[in-house]
Design a protein around this ligand. Structure first.
Ligand code: CA
Length: 420
């Protein structure tokens, strides 16, 4: 990464989207056209228009319609090498030392839009969705609350990245409100379950990676190969109804307590942009089986925060954590996902699981922050919460920063609507 490169599109010092980022998304432009877009600072760039004008000549997308679809699936399916070529070309066009487009002022209004004038859409049509459970602090906290504090981690946890197959149809983009889900709730003082809107609506602060590769049934991806199959990452809010979850999850895991909606940030930040922020993860003890062993830095130093914003008032940050705390890294997750021969496709989504850190204030869910409802959190408007209330908005933000280079994801925001 060239730290000193600047763009001729003005970019605030603390922007998540300097020219070193170049993320990808889908937007409705001011003329109501749907377009594949990138972003520098607060400027959104119409990639299809750039392609039509010949700016991607000699790249993998020249003369194709990958930017003229309802989502980025065809583009992402080109594979990591080709999409990296396109990303490098975008960085070149918008480099302050490049005049190809900079001097063609009359083209700017057709290609470049203020982020305030566009509406961001779901960037991909998700294929399959897996949710892991890879934060040791989160798994330990949940184990303490729901099972035995002395044996909080189940025996398998340090040997494999525990996960389950989730629901892809209800993954939505930031800004999509979600109705409070209803379901079966079993209380201790009643022998039978009740049917009710959840009283324990929670968020889960997660990140997710999106695949760009395809494998055949029977094949597996090694830890070394894994990142070649990953296009990029997003923030991920895995909304959860804890009371419904507690009753339904035995013995096959979460079901309707999770599938009513999960929310992603609109900008997919590429693995190439994140490469600069590699770091080592927690030491894995005992030693893992050979197919999960890895070399080098496989974790990423990405600062994360969660905030609650009640209607008509300011937000309160309720958690600050970091993606680097993940016990199981993304390469291990994908290697494990495919070790049985399960095939993968471009635009599958793999979420990390709730990211909790070791310090107080770094828990990634209200379940942990308020310790199962026993320890309310005070908000700046004078109210308190143990779980989310109707009209609350839940916000997750994330960015990586090193040597004055900041690569961010923006935010994912989810408003809670009353039960339907
Ligand atoms: Ca989750």
């Amino acid at each position: 990464m060239n730290e000193t490169t600047k763009s001729w599109l003005n970019t605030a010092e603390d922007s998540d989207f300097p020219i070193q980022n170049i993320p990808f998304g889908m937007a409705v432009l001011p003329d109501f056209q749907l377009a594949a877009v990138s972003r520098i600072g607060d400027w959104v760039i119409d990639l299809d228009k750039l392609n039509q004008l010949g700016f991607f000549r000699h790249t993998a997308v020249d003369d194709t319609s990958v930017f003229r679809q309802n989502n980025l699936n065809d583009f992402i399916a080109l594979g990591r090498k080709k999409t990296a070529g396109v990303r490098n070309r975008i960085a070149e066009i918008f480099d302050i030392n490049n005049n190809e487009l900079q001097n063609q002022l009359k083209l700017h209004d057709d290609i470049i839009f203020s982020v305030n004038d566009v509406k961001m859409l779901m960037p991909i049509a998700p294929g399959d969705y897996t949710d892991f459970y890879s934060s040791i602090e989160h798994a330990t906290n949940v184990g303490k609350m729901f099972r035995d504090p002395a044996n909080a981690l189940l025996p398998n946890w340090r040997h494999l990245p525990v996960g389950y197959h989730g629901r892809a149809s209800s993954i939505v983009v930031s800004g999509t409100p979600l109705h409070r889900p209803k379901g079966q709730i079993k209380t201790e003082d009643n022998p039978n379950p009740l049917f009710s809107p959840t009283k324990e609506l929670d968020f889960e602060l997660e990140m997710a990676f999106i695949t760009c590769g395809r494998t055949n049934l029977g094949d597996n991806i090694t830890v070394e190969q894994a990142e070649d199959y990953i296009f990029g990452m997003v923030l991920f809010n895995d909304m959860s109804a804890r009371d419904i979850q507690r009753w339904e999850y035995v013995p096959l895991g979460p079901f309707l307590s999770k599938s009513f909606g999960s929310v992603i940030s609109p900008w997919i930040v590429t693995m190439d942009a994140l490469d600069y922020f590699r770091t080592t993860g927690p030491e894995q003890e005992p030693k893992v089986l050979p197919y999960l062993q890895f070399e080098g830095k496989r974790n990423f130093d990405i600062q994360l925060e969660a905030a609650i914003k009640p209607q008509n008032t300011e937000e309160t940050v309720v958690s600050k954590t970091n993606f680097k705390y993940m016990y199981w890294n993304i390469a291990q997750q994908l290697a494990h996902q495919t070790i049985n021969g399960c095939n993968i496709n471009p635009c599958d989504i793999y979420a990390s699981g709730t990211i909790s850190g070791p310090e107080s204030g770094s828990y990634g869910s209200l379940l942990e922050i308020c310790w199962k409802g026993t320890n309310p959190i005070q908000l700046s408007d004078g109210t308190s919460r143990v779980f989310l209330e109707d009209s609350d908005s839940m916000i997750i933000r994330g960015f990586a920063k090193k040597n004055n280079i900041r690569i961010g994801f923006g935010e994912v925001i989810t408003k809670v609507l009353p039960a339907k």
